[in-house]
Design a protein around this ligand. Sequence first.
Ligand code: NAP
Ligand code: ZN
Ligand code: ZN
Length: 345
Amino acid sequence: MPTKAYAAKDASSPLGPHTIERRAPGAKDVAIQIEFCGVCHSDLHQARNEWHNTTYPCVPGHEIIGRVTKVGASVTRHAEGDRVGVGCLVDSCRACDACKSGMQQFCAKGATFTYNSQEPGGGTTYGGYSQAVVVDEAFVLRIPETLDPAGAAPLLCAGITTYSPLRHWKVAKGQKVGIVGLGGLGHMGLKLAHAMGAEVVLFTTSPKKAADAKRLGASEVVSSKDPDAVAKHKGSFHFILDTVSADHDINPYLSALRQDGTLCLVGAPEKPLAVSSFGVIFGRKSVAGSLIGGLEETQEMLDFCAEHGIVSDIEKIRMNQIDEAYERMLRSDVRYRFVVDMSTL
Ligand code: NAP
Ligand code: ZN
Ligand code: ZN
């Protein structure tokens, strides 16, 4: 089925209109008319080949919200007319230990990502900057009708990427949690950690975001450019979630952790980050990482957001404003997620 989309044709040209082929829905497939697609910094990294693995043309977008237009004969979980979501994953082997334990993102055979991934049957996957998508029902999420659909789109990546490590490291009331960076991921991390009952401190390079951070749930906002302000928090955090997309020094955050505390990286800068051995051996601290989340956990996060009335703070854009949105994201000028209204494609 020929489908309208918006693609990067190479690493340096602006994105532009493009037509892709979507498969006709098979027995287990769900066909979705896309209403909104969030703009993740990973879209920019991949459109511009910053992770050195992009296949062109590349149609980014893995924060997809839409309505089901058709289901295959053996689909049981979704029905025509349902509001559904698709995140970063569209398939995995379903047989390895990771898949069987609900962590399809770590599939031993390599999960199939929503775009810039190899389809099991050959060909490249294309993401949500498009009119419609066809996905196996096991990788389609239910979107509670109480959530605003545009605001819910970023939950499919920014939401689950911050929810999963907060749950894994058992963030709860009585703990002090740091969030580094107030962009798409950071603002979701802030809302979610606050909703889980933790005391949350934001580290930011943009002091002008302080009032927003307080509104989103931060008890304190610290300028990460001021070493004295960061040093005041030495030895006090149970957990810090670093969402920064660019090269930066993580050692001040190691020093801000308590004994046995964890600094978890979810940001994916192009170059490796330096870790001071003394920064981790004193206090037996950990530097960890986390990748999105599995399907069951993503559904749990969506239901948690519905229960707590949480969606992303968004700025809606037209499809042809995508390059301008990327440039603003690079200037940390996003409040706090761009979402493309796909009716403008
Ligand atoms: P974003 O909206 O652009 O936010 C990134 C934030 O990082 C900025 O708003 C800024 O916050 C801060 N920042 C930017 N440059 C900085 C610098 N040089 N030094 C210190 N702080 C800086 O990006 P996003 O969509 O949240 O994504 C963040 C990163 O996570 C990206 O690398 C993305 O690829 C990655 N990611 C990873 C996963 C995963 O599964 N692990 C999933 C999705 C995305 P302030 O203005 O507050 O300083
Ligand atoms: Zn993403
Ligand atoms: Zn697997």
